[in-house]
Design a protein around this ligand. Structure first.
Ligand SMILES: Cc1cc2nc3c(=O)[nH]c(=O)nc-3n(C[C@H](O)[C@H](O)[C@H](O)COP(=O)(O)OP(=O)(O)OC[C@H]3O[C@@H](n4cnc5c(N)ncnc54)[C@H](O)[C@@H]3O)c2cc1C
Length: 230
């Protein structure tokens, strides 16, 4: 069954959800889709890595990188020499995906194997930020994302480091999320449904292992209030 796209102006603001656009309308399994800002924000805040997709000279690249969300903006950074960031700063269209894998879904037939997941797709264009104070603020958020409270403890970037680092902002305007939860789908054949093979879900979680110090003489590393993923 096809799901007719709703023609909505992507600039129409809504307090609770992103507008569904022709480009973000889920055709496959639309029941798993959501445009809820809170769901999208939670996925973005939990994930450590995003993948930036763009086309350069006819070649589709998908480049992984770290990121942080602040309000309705997603920030990525890197060396000023970065080919990817230079292209994106020029206004090239970008598609960003963020994926959290929550479980392995093991069915009684090969066909119904799946994964539980939460993912986000963002379509848009980036713009470069130049204001040193704004760059420092976002870099502090990037540090705090991986270790809350750490930005206040470490030296902040100096002018030279700021100049060496590009910071791009991608507005959260055209955004979709997709979430799969639960057990394997019911098998189509009655014989498959009672096959004597283990079926169910193996939950997966990203966890921090005990920290290894580089400078044993420095203060003990106290595990801060951990992000949701740990
Ligand atoms: C960990 C993981 C494993 C997956 N494994 C498979 C697999 O093995 N086979 C498979 O077919 N699919 C898999 N999916 C789902 C896959 O991401 C697509 O949703 C699906 O393949 C439909 O693709 P489509 O191009 O037909 O999407 P459409 O439904 O045509 O996409 C239209 C729009 O819907 C939105 N959208 C689509 N997919 C997603 C998504 N995942 N997250 C957020 N927004 C989305 C985007 O805005 C997109 O532009 C997996 C997803 C995850 C996260």
């Amino acid at each position: 069954m096809t799901h007719a796209p709703r023609m909505i102006d992507p600039t129409t603001p809504s307090a609770t959800s992103y507008p569904e656009t022709p480009r973000t309308t889920l055709q496959r399994m639309p029941a798993r889709g959501t445009y809820d800002r809170a769901v999208v924000h939670a996925i973005l805040d939990e994930a450590l890595v995003c993948h930036m997709g763009f086309v350069q000279d006819g070649v589709p690249f998908v480049i992984p990188t770290t990121f942080v969300r602040d309000g309705e903006m997603l920030y990525v950074h890197g060396a000023v020499a970065s080919r990817t960031l230079k292209l994106l700063a020029s206004g090239a269209p970008i598609g960003v995906t963020v994926t959290l894998v929550d479980g392995l879904v093991l069915a009684r037939t090969a066909f119904h194997h799946s994964m539980n997941y939460r993912s986000v797709v963002i379509l848009g264009r980036a713009r470069e930020l130049w204001d040193p104070a704004e760059k420092r603020r976002i870099f502090a958020k990037l540090v705090d994302k991986v270790s809350p409270g750490r930005a206040a403890k470490v030296r902040e970037p100096n002018d030279k480091e700021l100049r060496a680092t590009s910071l791009l902002a991608i507005p959260l305007v055209e955004v979709s999320a997709k979430v799969r939860t639960g057990m394997p789908k019911a098998e189509d054949d009655a014989a498959d449904a009672v096959a004597p093979v283990w079926a169910g879900v193996v939950p997966l979680r990203l966890m921090a292992a005990p920290a290894k110090a580089e400078n044993e003489d420095a203060e003990q590393y106290m595990l801060p209030r951990l992000p949701a993923w740990a």
